[in-house]
Design a protein around this ligand. Structure first.
Ligand code: PMT
Length: 419
């Protein structure tokens, strides 16, 4: 898509905060307007000391909002703005605003807007090097990144103190590129339906005990959340977990592998893409006893029956749908994962060395290697599960674009709603 089309008519809120780099917001506004975006500038009080609202009003052609409480005129309220924007860009973003937003403070127009917005949020930090490397600031930034805020890394160069260092606002061209990427990504999965499996399964021995595993469902939930944020319609089928289902996602709770199998069979026909992150138990007790089995001195022998391999069964008849599996491995990561990719007829497999610290079950981070059916191998560093999910989905989007297939969703919708 040409870049003018990508930005044309897009409603972008440009938040400006109190940094010496605030003057560069005028150039950002001009570049966005040149590409036919609609720009609504919101400034903190501190920002108005560095650049005049009148400059930005003149460049954007829209009133500039600087106050949370103001006489309601014909212009939109902050809630109107937040609910109708395509992107919220904060450039420059000071350490102060990042700190406030990371703790949920909403005490001025910009922080309130951030809490009310559902669009992607981009922040371009600008500050002194010492502040940029401060651990408290880093923690705040990492926290926001976990919630899906994207950061445009500052540059090394001359700072306002006269010294050289890291922390100078990213170049205007880099900021415009990031805006385009964020807007594109938002739409990348729109019209697509994605089924995600997550969590463990529980296989009952009796009415009290069960066989399960350590899956927390964090990886699967991160995938469902990211797919929704990228515009997809998401069905999340999960085993028992303490996590709350992500907003906007259709959630189906199951308990056993057989229940997951039934739910997947039922819903897979509606989707374009399946991502299987669940840690399904490979066996279930052949007989689930009623009540509670009595404690016996001689111990207890539980006979196990294999569960169906859900992904393998689905892979047999996947047609042109995109299928992504996970492989939880402790040794021979690439060889074992590649074998699973072939056996289950997958388009991509995410190999997870679960014995590594910071990877696999329960933790908030993961370390994975992504293997495509064309045998391209990409090892990712330790990242938050949200970031891993976004990177997996970006690869899925590439596959969707390469395949150029029509989503099944339109035909399913037509069949279901004749009125
Ligand atoms: O939930 P978390 O605590 O965040 O942990 C994340 C995770 C470690 C569970 C996740 O990253 C992961 O690796 N999931 C796959 C776990 C697994 O069961 O791997 P596997 O190698 O045994 O299975 C291969 C693939 O077949 C998986 O996509 C699995 O969902 C699927 N499978 C396996 C067995 C089965 N009976 N049915 C299946 O569909």
């Amino acid at each position: 898509m040409p870049e003018t089309d990508l930005l044309k008519g897009k409603r972008i809120i440009l938040g400006i905060t109190g940094s010496i780099a605030a003057y560069k917001a005028a150039e950002i506004t001009r570049e966005l307007i040149k590409r036919e975006a609609q720009v609504y500038v919101v400034m903190t009080k501190a920002a108005t000391h560095f650049i005049s609202p009148l400059t930005l009003q003149t460049l954007s052609g829209n009133p500039v909002i600087t106050e949370l409480f103001y006489e309601r005129g014909p212009q939109e309220t902050h809630i109107d703005l937040a609910s109708r924007n395509d992107l919220l860009l904060i450039a420059p973003a000071t350490a102060n605003i990042i700190g406030k937003i990371s703790t949920g403070i909403a005490d001025d127009i910009l922080t309130t807007l951030v809490l009310a917005t559902t669009s992607p949020i981009l922040m371009a930090p600008a500050m002194n090097e010492k502040m940029y490397y401060n651990s408290i600031f880093k923690e705040n930034m990492e926290k926001l990144a976990r919630y899906g805020v994207e950061f445009i890394e500052p540059e090394y160069g001359e700072l306002s103190c006269g010294k050289k260092g890291m922390g100078r606002l990213a170049s205007i061209s880099k900021i415009i590129e990031a805006v385009k990427t964020a807007l594109k990504r938002r739409k990348d999965l729109s019209g697509k339906r994605i089924l995600v499996t997550a969590g463990p399964t529980q296989e009952p021995i009796d009415e009290v005990r069960y066989i399960a595993n350590r899956s927390s469902a964090k990886m699967g939930f991160a995938l469902a959340r990211a797919a929704y944020e990228m515009g997809g319609k998401v069905i999340l089928i999960s085993g028992p977990t303490l996590l709350k289902p992500p907003l906007g996602v259709e959630f189906i709770q199951i308990r056993t592998a057989l229940e997951m199998y039934e739910a997947v069979k039922e819903r897979f026909k509606e989707v374009d893409i399946g991502i299987f992150a669940a840690a399904v138990a490979d066996f279930h007790p052949s007989k689930a006893h009623r009540g509670k089995i009595k404690k016996e001195e001689k111990g207890l022998v539980v006979e196990l029956t294999p569960n169906p391999d859900i992904l393998k069964e689905i892979g047999k008849d996947k047609g042109s749908k995109i299928l992504v599996g996970f492989a939880a491995e402790v040794e021979d990561l690439i060889a074992n994962a590649s074998l699973k990719l072939k056996e289950k007829n997958l388009d991509m497999i995410v190999a997870n060395r679960i014995s590594e610290e910071g990877a696999g079950f329960e933790v908030d981070t993961n370390i994975v290697t992504i293997i495509s059916k064309e045998e391209a191998i990409e090892k990712l560093p330790q990242l938050s599960k949200d970031e891993v999910a976004r990177l997996i989905l970006k690869k899925v989007v590439d596959m969707v674009e390469a395949a150029g297939f029509e989503p099944v969703t339109s035909s399913v919708r037509r069949m279901r709603s004749p009125n």
